[in-house]
Design a protein around this ligand. Sequence first.
Ligand code: ATP
Ligand code: MG
Length: 366
Amino acid sequence: MKIGILGNGQLARMLALAGKPLGLDFSFYSSGVDGCASALGDGTYCAPGDARCIREFADGVDVVTFENENVSPDVLDAIPVDRILPSVESMRVAQDRFTEKQYLENLGISVPEYFVIDSERDLLRALHKSQSPLIVKTRRQGYDGRGQMLIHTDQDARTAWQKLGREPDSNGLIAETMIAFEREISMIAVRSQDNEIRYYPVTENRHEHGTLVTATVRPDDPLQSKAEDYTRRLMQTLDYVGVLGFEFFDYRGELLANEFAPRVHNTGHWSVDGAICSQFENHLRAICGLPLGDTSMLVPSTMCNIIGDHPDLADVLKLPGVHYHHYQKQPRPDRKIGHITVCEHDDRLMREVVSSIMKMFGSEGT
Ligand code: ATP
Ligand code: MG
């Protein structure tokens, strides 16, 4: 079977790395330059708006999937809807933070208090009404904390509107109450074409400046079954096929949904080394109509993102239980260019190893 992936970044690359042993072939679509997945399959480059080129790409594969939910409508319109998994509908819901929050609320899933912002006045009003700091986000196109600002004062609100309110393709802003959460967690799950759902154990995530730094999986998280319940509601309502990542705040014993991604997710990368079947293989199994793999954890793991520059490889490989994943991307400040997974049963040793890695990155936290 041949899989067409919209995008050729690291998620496309890791999907292909998981699919090759199953005998799958890959074709990567992009409108730009070569990406880091290209070495693992054919590349198709179409000029923006070239519907015929995109159609030919889709006709040349058995199923189309994507590594990023911000695919332009031009591209989606050119691909027959029954050829794309997960569905275009799930992508549309996730593309806009307002649509996404409404959708989740309709399923009885709690989200942080939020305000839809179309003007500076809206933002000032929201700030006065909430009486707490707000995180202002563009409705569309944000990732890794980009397109977001924390505001406390009227002056902050004016600056945020100036900076974010006029961003192209943002579709306006949303302002959320800043949640003083105890933890951030996420659920990775996979649903098959005949409604079987399998859940990975939830990860506990740590961010710095809005970017994911580590994701840790341990057995028996107290919020596992609540997160499974929310994820099941979402996947069934969307008639979802494939892997989905769902981010939550653990706040005063309550689970508040932050956002979901209709694709394989950064907080699921640990599963390549720490689970029986990885999120990447399971995504491919689901979209190809194959039996799902076991999502059980083999060993507690922490995934550490490599951001900006690579550490010395030998220094990392000296540490016990580590697996290095180099994405073959050009290093650039703030860019995710790889990850390291630490697999370790002894929690104290795990923390020590992660702390050594964080020191190499100039970060003190674990
Ligand atoms: P990513 O692509 O990394 O998932 P993103 O750009 O889509 O990020 P969010 O997930 O909405 O953006 O926000 C990034 C991070 O900012 C969150 O993981 C969390 O740490 C922090 N954050 C976002 N919204 C809130 C909130 N309402 N209260 C507290 N912290 C928040
Ligand atoms: Mg997020």
